[in-house]
Ligand binder design. Structure first.
Ligand code: CDP
Length: 649
């Protein structure tokens, strides 16, 4: 209807693998477990109608609402844009099915109003939350309850445990001693273990602790018990180093670091290098802890002077203030690159990409209204600041199509330009919406009226196109954005762990982990269902040379780098996570993060043979680059790996 590429994708049905996932997790069911839906079309219509109904807040013109619904529907049906899982699970849930079965022509303003007014607690649509706690029993157990509710409806929760006094500190009221933040993390973990998010998947949480908290070593070691067993399985953990440059200096000078807490008399002096070495050693062993640089997050957050961010969501891409929430959505760039010259500031296709982004931003802004929030505090800040996280998926597949090796300078320039374009048009869209709907409530107190740019940007010198995007961005933030902004932040790149499977594309901004694999999904009946996959772009590239024998070899190895019969030009392009040197993962994160006001989910994959020193080198480089955080994973260091090539099973 409104775009050339949509017509191409709207007819394409999801793959067999995608349908298996839809059936297991996303199709609505009645109270007895009977399916109420059986096609992707029904799901797309349900989401589009539920979210468009929020526009009754802005207009009485039913045609305008229908127009929004139609655009949302087309974006979702084509899988060019997908919202985060809770929106797919929970939009329209428990509502009158007849309202969603009506043809759009027959849908009335009253129908939209009925949908909007009949929302219940089951219609929680956001993926990301941060819940605060105080250093008191009451507050901690309130936080457990609040988090449990959020997780039940499909959201992930992050917490800053730094506020809790260290183990062994005195407790005035009882004369006893505090058991410390790690013991409380176990309470949250147990609560999470009893919850299936949205009735469909494991709960996920993030625990953050400051690097100078006296229990920081226990925290770093917290994911193993005394016997070496894995514990706290429902947590990712990150050490917050507010000022990475200062910490790096401390390491270089082999300086001392004082561990202390305002509510405790406990003080310890340690070598900064001992802390670094412990983090690196554990990350080498298990991938945890990650590093988080909240100071940098706050530097680029327009409300940091009033409500600084204190933690991130479970996968690390969304920093939030206490009681903050964010809903995410991702554009599949692999579906667009064949037909659009993405990233080029002078392209003729710009208006089409801009239009996709406008409707995606409008959708996410509508989600803020159509969402039911688990707590009134969350509703309040979410509506005052209006965080949304539009990101992308399918980057690795897009690079295969464009024949750019992920680990090349050329690819990095493309990544930077593409993210700059995404950021620029998302912010333009947010400004357009503000003109119609009003600024986010806290706008005047924010940094935007002063011409603030919410991300660092790359050097103008790197490339002419990058310079052109930088100029457009500067112009926007020094011009219209000083007056109009609907959303405090607009861009986040999620892992898209589930939705990229629904879209049949590569996840987020990650390289493909394997070119072919067998993935086992445990369904509701407890049976393991194999989902086998071979990258379709590679299949097409190899064409008629793809013999059964070669296919079997690719499935066996997961990567093509050691297959003699495949030409080198193809090997160079079709790289996997493990084929790419860690520093190139880091550089990809760096260029992409340079244009994101929130952050991105990115793992720095390292080969199994990497030493502790190799991990340390990456950690040190991350302190130097303008990153907002770091997660590494050394191949084989966790016993449970979700994906396996046939040879590693
Ligand atoms: O693909 P999908 O929308 O399901 O999720 P994702 O992009 O992999 O993850 C986005 C965010 O959803 C995470 O950072 C968490 O906040 C949340 N999430 C969760 O709470 N529980 C999970 N099992 C997976 C994701």
């Amino acid at each position: 209807m409104f775009m050339r590429v949509l017509n191409k994708w709207i007819q394409k049905e999801p793959s067999k693998n995608a349908i298996t996932i839809l059936k297991d997790r996303y199709f609505l069911k009645d109270g007895e477990g009977n399916y109420l839906e059986s096609t992707w079309d029904e799901v797309a219509k349900r989401i589009a109608r539920h979210v468009a109904a929020a526009e009754v807040n802005y207009t009485n013109d039913v045609e305008e609402i229908k127009n929004a619904e139609e655009h949302f529907y087309q974006l979702i049906k084509s899988r060019i844009f997908l919202p985060n899982s809770p929106t797919i699970f929970n939009a329209g849930k428990t509502m009158d099915r007849q309202l969603f079965k009506k043809d759009i022509e027959e849908t009335t303003l009253e129908d939209y109003k009925t949908i909007f007014d009949s929302r219940t607690k089951h219609n929680m649509l956001s993926a990301c939350f941060v819940i605060p706690m105080d250093d008191s029993m009451n507050a901690i157990f309130d936080a457990v309850k609040n988090a449990a509710l959020i997780m039940k409806y499909g959201g992930g929760v992050g917490y800053d445990f730094s506020v809790l006094r260290p183990k062994g500190s005195s407790i005035a009221g009882t004369g006893g001693k505090s058991s410390g933040p790690i013991s409380f993390m176990h309470v949250f973990n147990t609560a999470a273990s009893t919850i299936e998010q949205g009735g469909a998947r494991r709960a996920a949480q993030m625990a953050v602790l400051r690097y100078d908290h006296p229990d920081v070593f226990d925290f770093i070691n917290s994911k193993k018990d005394n016997k070496g067993n894995n514990v706290l399985n429902y947590f990712n953990i990150s050490v917050n180093i507010d000022n990475p440059k200062e910490f790096k200096k401390m390491l270089e000078e082999d300086g001392d670091l004082t561990l202390e807490h305002p509510a405790s008399s406990i003080r310890k002096t340690i070598k900064a290098n001992d802390l670094m070495n412990k983090m690196v050693e554990n990350a080498w062993k298990t991938g945890d802890p990650g590093m988080l640089f909240l100071g940098r997050h706050n530097q680029y957050y327009a409300m940091s002077e009033h409500t600084p961010v204190t933690a991130t969501n479970p996968c690390g891409e969304e920093p939030l203030p206490p009681f903050g929430s964010c809903n995410l959505g991702s554009i599949d760039v692999a579906k667009l690159v064949e037909d659009m010259d993405l990233g080029n500031p002078n392209s003729d296709d710009i208006s089409e990409f801009q239009e996709i982004i406008y409707w995606a931003v409008r959708f996410l802004d509508d989600v803020i209204e159509s969402n039911i929030y688990p707590l009134k505090e969350i509703e309040e800040i979410s509506k005052k600041q209006r965080f949304i996280g539009l990101g992308m998926m399918g980057l690795a597949d897009a690079l295969y199509i464009k024949e750019l090796p992920y680990n090349s300078e050329q690819a990095r320039k493309f990544m930077a330009k593409l993210t700059a374009e995404l950021a620029y048009f998302s912010h333009i869209a947010s400004t357009e919406l503000a003109k119609e709907r009003g600024n986010f409530q806290d706008f005047q107190r924010s940094k935007y009226p002063d011409g603030f740019i919410p991300f660092p940007m790359l050097d103008d010198e790197i490339d002419e196109d990058i310079k052109a995007w930088n100029e457009k961005i500067r112009q926007h933030f020094q011009g219209e954005a000083t007056k109009y902004k609907r959303n405090v932040q607009t861009n986040t790149i999620a892992p898209t762990g589930s939705i990229s499977n629904l879209a049949d594309t590569s996840s987020g901004i990650e390289p493909n982990f394997l070119l072919s694999y067998v993935r086992y999904m445990t369904n509701k009946e407890g049976d393991r269902v194999p989902l086998s996959y071979i990258n379709p772009i590679l299949m097409e590239k190899i064409g008629t040379n793809m013999t059964e024998e070669l296919k079997a070899e690719i499935i066996e190895k997961g990567s093509i780098q050691n297959i003699d019969s495949i030409p080198n030009e193809i090997k160079k392009i079709f790289v996997t996570s493990m084929d790419i040197p860690p520093k190139d993962h880091l550089l990809a994160q760096h260029v992409i993060q340079s244009y994101l006001d929130a952050s991105c989910s990115k793992t720095i994959n390292m080969p199994k043979s990497s030493t502790i020193e190799d991990v340390k080198a990456i950690y040190l480089q991350a302190l130097e680059l303008n990153l907002k955080g770091l997660t590494i994973y050394r191949d084989g260091s966790l016993e449970t790996q979700v994906l396996t090539s046939a040879s590693k099973e």
